[in-house]
Design a protein around this ligand. Structure first.
Ligand code: F6R
Length: 241
């Protein structure tokens, strides 16, 4: 694991964006895995700015999102589909047909995980962007998820639902289920960049980097990835030394 510690979240976002832009410049047909949530927001802001300043084009980039809630429609403002369009896709030149998010249609529940997994098998990811849950989840691979897991429907941890309730009116509105890439899908990406900030993530960051490799703390498995960069602010890195 390569660990980069930045002064603050603004610097984290800039650093992550500079690495992503470098990857797109060296391979304009990049297959990139994307995350939602607070952590990548600054990265996406910087990527939009770089596109507007003609520093980078997403015209040939293909994206694959990590996960999506089940139980809310794609048109819901808190769906990851809405999140990605609001915070990135509608501002850049990525082709709509190159955007992939897991389908969350309840009518197709018996095959949506296999369908997405098939797509991932056909397109190896060059780079995966990740955040980390306070319980150590990556994607929605909650504690206890087997290493060998591929795209599946997950029952969200109560901790995850509490953490994410800040985006909803109340806890009851937070979906109980999601569809997520599995740990194996994530580990297959050629490169990984994980972003974290804030003191609420300090314990999880310590566990991920210095802790024992265990499925009880899914992010610790990233210690086994050959090209994984962790970009942190000082607060999230505060338990490391
Ligand atoms: C989001 C995802 C999650 C988040 C994690 C951290 O697509 O897969 O693993 O990255 O829950 O969320 P934030 O960044 O909101 O703290």
């Amino acid at each position: 694991m390569k660990v980069i510690i930045c002064k603050n979240y603004e610097e984290v976002a800039k650093k992550a964006a500079s690495l992503v832009i470098k990857e797109i410049k060296s391979n304009p047909h990049l297959n990139i895995g994307l995350a939602t949530g607070s952590s990548p927001l600054g990265l996406y802001k910087n990527l939009i700015e770089a596109y507007q300043n003609h520093e980078v084009s997403f015209n040939d980039v293909t994206s694959y999102n990590l996960d999506e809630y089940i139980g809310i429609d794609r048109s819901h403002p808190q769906s990851y589909y809405s999140f990605m369009f609001e915070n990135l896709f509608k501002h850049i030149d990525i082709k709509p047909e190159n955007i992939h998010l897991p389908n969350n249609d309840l009518a197709q529940i018996d095959h949506i995980a296999d369908d997405y997994n098939q797509i991932l098998h056909e397109h190896i990811l060059d780079l995966q962007i990740l955040g980390i849950g306070s319980n150590g989840h990556i994607g929605f691979n909650e504690p206890g998820t087997p290493l060998e897991s591929e795209t599946f429907i997950v029952t969200l941890d109560e901790q995850t639902r509490k953490d994410n309730s800040r985006f909803f009116k109340n806890l009851d509105e937070v979906p109980k289920y999601a569809i997520t890439m599995g740990i194996k899908n994530i580990m297959y990406s050629k490169k990984i960049i994980l972003i974290a900030s804030g003191k609420e993530k300090a314990k999880a960051i310590h566990e991920m980097i210095k802790g024992k490799i265990t499925t009880k703390f899914p992010a610790s498995i990233l210690q086994l990835h050959p090209d994984c960069t962790i970009i942190l602010d000082m607060e999230s890195a505060s338990h490391l030394s």
